[in-house]
Design a protein around this ligand. Sequence first.
Ligand SMILES: Cc1cc2nc3c(=O)[nH]c(=O)nc-3n(C[C@H](O)[C@H](O)[C@H](O)COP(=O)(O)O)c2cc1C
Length: 149
Amino acid sequence: MGILFINGSPEKEGNTARLAHALLAGHDYVTYELADHKIYDYGQHFANDEFDGLLAQFRAADTIVIGSPVYWHDLSGMLRNMLDRFYGPVEEGSMAGKRLFFLFQGAAPTEEMLHRGEFTMNRFASLYGMEYMGMATNEGEARSLAASI
Ligand SMILES: Cc1cc2nc3c(=O)[nH]c(=O)nc-3n(C[C@H](O)[C@H](O)[C@H](O)COP(=O)(O)O)c2cc1C
């Protein structure tokens, strides 16, 4: 059991990853780079799909940190695709006992965009039984949220 950071940005040392460093300073954690894996769209079925591997790491962690840049006023496509892929193979409530933290930042996001992204992640957490722990949208907020890790 441990902390899994899922990076929904293709930038491994970008602004989303920077928020994860601030949130998780002093803790050991594993990073899953969505950009490094073939996780196809909901409804696509290819033999080299890697969603099952992601799901195994997700199930093995007790603290999940999900990060996304704002793309087109919303979650990144890679992250949204991951959420779609939960639909079906993952039973509702089956992630009970886990805590979910959300990191969300962009070049100039409006409050509405940030609120909408958080609404989705909050609903994702509750559908699968996880405790939603909050969102950080900048390094200061990430450092404050770190008290809950
Ligand atoms: C395809 C694309 C769409 C973007 N759309 C938005 C947007 O709608 N609003 C915004 O504030 N920033 C937008 N950005 C800027 C990124 O959110 C911003 O550069 C962010 O810090 C990137 O995070 P990263 O370094 O973790 O990748 C967009 C960037 C890309 C590549």
